[in-house]
Write a protein that binds this ligand. Structure first.
Ligand code: 13P
Length: 249
């Protein structure tokens, strides 16, 4: 089977001020001088999207958002719509991240509604799923992510560009990662759930792994069957670390 280009996404979470754009610039310059073998995206906080998108110019590094509201506009104080992200220069958006699911009590149906709104705004959604440590220890990991996929992926994704990110919650920001065998088993289960939900429409979208991806473990994780890229938190904040991951693809 043809090996498609990996998708490496940096999620800055609630980190980054104007001065942090210098890191994005270092990344851009490095990848323009020596192009990556993969597709690279940075998702800064909403306040930096417009400046970052302008700086990056949609070239070697694309810009994405970290969340959006499920309504296109209206009286939702503090929220950002998909259309606003696109207008600011985002091309992709992370949806259903475990931190958003926890902070905003997001349901799978709520995530699916956000995906619909993102697609309508022309954004490429990156839909996150993942189990807690308790669920893993109880042997429920595959059931949990399969349920999340069935509920969070609307059928309108068929034929649209999108990605799914498998992020075991216990691996996020902890320095712990599943074994390569565990990652392979979970990614195979995620693919099966995508095919069940979307038929052939679930065959091509990349499945990213996320959770404590670092320069030192990226290459071996990215070589696991069905790992189509990485969603990187802490190690995407510094260009040098992020480049170490990108160069491993
Ligand atoms: P870390 O890479 O910091 O573990 O974060 C992973 C993550 O949540 C990316 O969305």
């Amino acid at each position: 089977m043809k090996q498609s280009v990996k998708l490496i996404v940096g999620n800055w979470k609630m980190n980054g001020l104007g001065a942090s754009l210098a890191e994005a610039e270092v990344l851009k310059d490095a990848l323009e001088a020596d192009p990556a073998a993969c597709r690279v995206v940075l998702c800064p906080p909403a306040t930096l999207i417009e400046r970052m998108a302008r700086l990056l110019g949609g070239g070697a590094v694309e810009t994405g958002g970290q969340d959006c509201h499920d309504e296109p506009s209206g009286a939702f104080t503090g929220s950002v719509s998909a259309e606003m992200l696109a207008d600011a220069g985002a091309r992709l958006v992370i949806l259903g991240h475990s931190e958003s699911r926890a902070s905003f009590a997001e349901t799978d149906a709520g995530v699916a509604a956000k995906v619909e709104t993102a697609l309508a705004a022309g954004l490429e959604p990156i839909i996150c799923v993942g189990e807690t440590l308790e669920q893993r220890d109880a042997g429920e990991a595959i059931d949990v992510v399969s349920r999340q996929i069935a509920g969070s992926l609307p059928v309108s994704l068929t034929g649209q560009p999108f990605a799914v990110a498998y992020e075991p919650i216990w691996a996020i920001g902890t320095g712990r990662t599943p074994t390569l065998e565990e990652i392979e088993a979970m990614h195979r289960a995620v693919r099966a759930a995508m095919l069940k939900r979307l038929g052939a429409g679930g065959a091509a979208a990349p499945i990213l792994y996320g959770g404590s991806v670092k320069p030192g473990n990226a290459a071996e994780i990215l070589a696991v069957p069905e790992v189509g890229g990485a969603l990187v938190g802490g190690a995407s904040l510094k260009a040098e670390d992020f480049l170490g991951i990108i160069r491993g693809t």
